[in-house]
Design a protein around this ligand. Structure first.
Ligand code: DGJ
Length: 747
């Protein structure tokens, strides 16, 4: 049983294989958070750690009367409320029927059930009854009757605890929810660093680590998408945490819209982290009896550093979030025509790319932007999802059949959420565009956002896309989204509901994705938002891979993919070999190195093969063969960051190892050359100590590779890379451990 409730003490223990999460329905019904950390075996009530004291200016709930030591202003809370005497980061704010904004939630009841709760209309992890249990705790404000149900999912083997909540207007008046976070976590000290992943277009998810300070630190997005600029994944770790050791708490919001991750250190050096939908541009009206479900947050704790935390997230996402046929199926190696042609293509040019692609072993051609409406530049056409046969010189079916005849699959690009003023759709339905009446709005890439809160708008787009998808054998969709939202307004909603748009937009997006992925289960969907502007767990629920960045420069990608790897599995990262000099940076890198970097992801090409020499094509041929060989390892194995890309490291290296710890792949890219260079030694990870491995023609023991390390050859050219297979050697009389045995043995 993953969830144990002690009726006498009111303590809930949520147990995973290595962690315990503890809370208590205590005096006067306050739900106190007691502990999240290494597994406690005996279910001890840790409320003794709350030292009660009379703290000036920290008031007391009325029921505590003159007990000045009972204060919500410093007690750890499971779901902090605004206006009830807890002045720290709040989880919920409401405007009640009488205009007041106090909400004071108390424990009412709970329910434990096997398996995982569901969140209709929202992405959520899923698992079976044998994998873990769920807990639902109902809290209620005794005066208004507003209820909040806190959901907890406990994935035992994966050391994962999910949280979500539902606000129910149990009052007799309309209530406005101004803020409702998905998760609140109190930690009783502040000796922690805040790790988050910031960035911009073409430079997403740069890792930043700063010590917590008193007051609030936050990251978030008010752009309508999770954004290039911050990611809904944060880590709180102890000050000395490394890849191998140290407390790490991860929090990931499975949501693709505006979000806030807020961390506060309080007056007695305690830390609170809350995460959920960003309260700016958010207010939700609930009529009596109406409900609001908030997105799921996924938490994990480990005391074994970042590597183990990443492993927990990678495994959980792969096995309990990715859905559909493609979740674990080998994905086709693709060529995308974007960087080869941009808008300048026709059917014949694409067929030529397909012929060349076939010749080197590529398995799918993806036709990117520019095949529909009047779209020869990014100034027009979005919304007109009708094939431009005049431009292609053929029908879509003729083109796809031609590509299929060559033995390649065919994929296509859409940007379903957008509209250009210069489009037939805008002529017909100007009110479908989000724009505040009387304001011109803000143009980005000559496009505006469609009002996806509206069912009729989504139905039109679904029909238009279905017509295209039904007309030919299309087996892949790249789902793009190329602007941040502002001037938010929906003609379909009354003034008091305009604050609901951003969230309703995301729900509308999920609704359309759900409909299309259900209708076309055989299609592989790849998410995209100008590269990785919507790289989040919400999208991964519908699209098992996401184009990681519009920056295809292999050296810049080292940092982008490094940051991405903390929370997201490598197979989710769309990654392509592109031309040289690189189109975004002008940098020259060896083709082999571009292959090495792109292989840390769902692999493909994005260049003009007709401009490549036979020698280069031969390199591509062998890269494709090699990727196919390692595909399963890359998608399903364990991933380790070994060194770089920040600091003084001259090399950035990473490694994949299968779950049996037997076979792996080592990859390294030299990022700085030196004269008379010092030796480059990289320590491997995740191997079996006493197993022998063949690497680059030599035999080593696992312990030699992990503790001594591997000596890299002296680099001969700028940005040289090394890829070495790690091949476990069966030894007579030695049994290779099963994954679970090997885990416990190595620990
Ligand atoms: C942005 C994407 O990230 C690119 O790969 C490409 O599809 C363009 N959009 C097309 O407009």
């Amino acid at each position: 049983m993953a969830i144990i409730y002690n009726e006498t003490t009111g303590v809930f223990n949520l147990q995973t294989e290595h962690t315990t999460y503890q809370m208590k329905a205590g005096e006067f019904g306050f739900l106190l958070h007691l502990y999240y950390g290494e597994r406690l075996e005996d279910g001890s009530d840790l409320s003794y750690l709350i030292q009660r004291a009379d703290r000036g200016f920290s008031g007391n709930p009325y029921e505590a009367r003159y007990d000045r030591t009972f204060s919500l202003d410093y007690f750890p809370q499971e779901y902090s409320c605004f206006g009830n005497g807890d002045y720290r980061a709040d989880s919920i704010q409401t405007v009640n029927g009488d205009g007041s904004n106090v909400i004071d939630l108390r424990y009412c009841s709970h329910r434990i059930h096997p398996g995982k709760y569901t969140l209709p209309g929202l992405p959520a992890m899923f698992w079976g009854e044998d994998d873990g249990d769920s807990l639902e705790i109902t809290l209620k404000d005794p005066v208004t009757g507003i209820q909040v149900i806190l959901y907890y999912g406990v994935l035992e083997k994966g050391d994962i605890i999910t949280r979500a909540c539902k606000v129910i207007n149990g009052s007799k008046d309309r209530t406005e929810v101004r803020k409702a976070m998905s998760v609140c976590l109190d930690i009783n000290h502040n000796q922690l660093d805040f790790v988050h992943f910031y960035g911009r277009h073409c430079m997403e998810r740069q890792m930043e680590r700063t010590p917590l300070h008193h007051g609030k630190q936050s990251v978030g997005s008010v752009r309508g998408t999770s954004s290039h600029h911050h990611n809904p994944f944060i880590i709180l770790c102890d000050r000395h945490a490394t890849e191998e050791r140290g407390d790490c708490y991860g929090m990931m919001l499975l949501y693709s819209g505006c979000f806030l991750a807020e961390v506060e250190v309080d007056q007695i050096h305690q830390t609170r982290a809350v995460m959920g939908i960003h309260p700016d541009q958010f207010s939700f009206q609930l009529e009596p009896g109406e409900k609001l479900v908030l997105p799921e947050a996924v938490m994990s704790y480990t005391r074994k550093g970042f590597s183990n935390l990443s492993k927990n997230y990678h495994d959980a996402i792969r096995n309990h979030l990715l859905r559909g046929e493609w979740a674990h199926k080998r994905r086709p190696i693709l060529i995308n025509n974007w960087e080869a042609t941009y808008f300048d293509f026709d059917g014949e040019k694409l067929l030529q790319i397909a012929r060349d692609a076939k010749d080197v072993g590529i398995e799918m051609l993806v036709m990117d932007d520019g095949w529909f409406g009047e779209r020869d530049s990014d100034d027009s056409g979005l919304g007109d999802w009708q094939v431009n046969e005049a431009k292609l010189g053929c029908t879509l079916k003729e083109l796809v059949d031609g590509v299929n005849r060559l033995g390649l699959k065919f994929g296509i690009w859409f940007e379903p959420e957008m509209i250009c003023e210069n489009s037939r759709l805008y002529q017909a339905h100007p009110d479908w565009m989000m724009r505040v009446p009387g304001r011109k709005g803000n143009i980005a890439r000559a496009q505006f956002v469609l009002d996806f809160t509206r069912r009729d708008v989504r139905a039109y787009i679904e029909e238009a896309m279905s017509k295209v998808l039904d007309s030919a054998n299309i087996e892949y969709i790249k789902w793009d989204m190329n602007r941040s939202m502002c001037n938010i307004f929906s003609a379909a909603l009354p003034p008091e509901r305009q604050g609901e748009i951003c969230h309703r937009y995301v729900l509308g997006l999920y609704d359309l994705l759900e409909r299309l992925t259900t209708k076309y289960p055989y299609i592989l969907f790849e998410g995209c938002s100008g590269g990785g502007g919507r790289f989040d767990g919400g999208m991964l629920y519908y699209t098992p891979q996401i184009w990681c960045s519009d920056d295809t420069d292999a050296i810049e990608r080292l940092k982008i993919q490094y940051g991405t790897s903390f929370g997201y599995p490598i197979g989710a990262v769309g990654s392509h070999v592109s031309a040289c000099p690189n189109h975004q940076t002008g940098r020259l890198t060896p083709l082999e190195t571009r292959g090495t970097v792109a292989m840390a992801g769902s692999f493909g090409y994005e260049l003009d093969l007709t401009k490549m020499t036979e020698e280069e094509k031969n390199i591509i041929r062998s890269q494709i063969e090699e990727y196919k060989k390692y595909d399963e390892l890359i998608h399903e194995g364990d991933y380790y960051r070994l060194c770089g890309p920040y600091g003084n490291d001259r090399v950035t290296a990473w490694q994949f190892v299968d779950k049996e710890k037997k076979n792996g792949l080592f990859c390294a890219v030299i990022t700085r050359l030196q004269a008379n260079p010092a030796p480059l030694i990289v320590k491997l990870k995740g191997l079996q100590k006493d197993m022998r491995y063949e690497v680059n023609g030599k035999i080593y023991s696992g312990s030699a590779l992990m503790y001594g390390g591997m000596l890299l050859p002296v680099p001969k050219e700028e940005y040289e890379s090394f890829r070495y297979e790690i091949k476990g050697i069966e030894q007579e009389g030695r049994t290779v451990l099963s994954p679970s045995e090997s885990c416990s043995r190595i620990r």
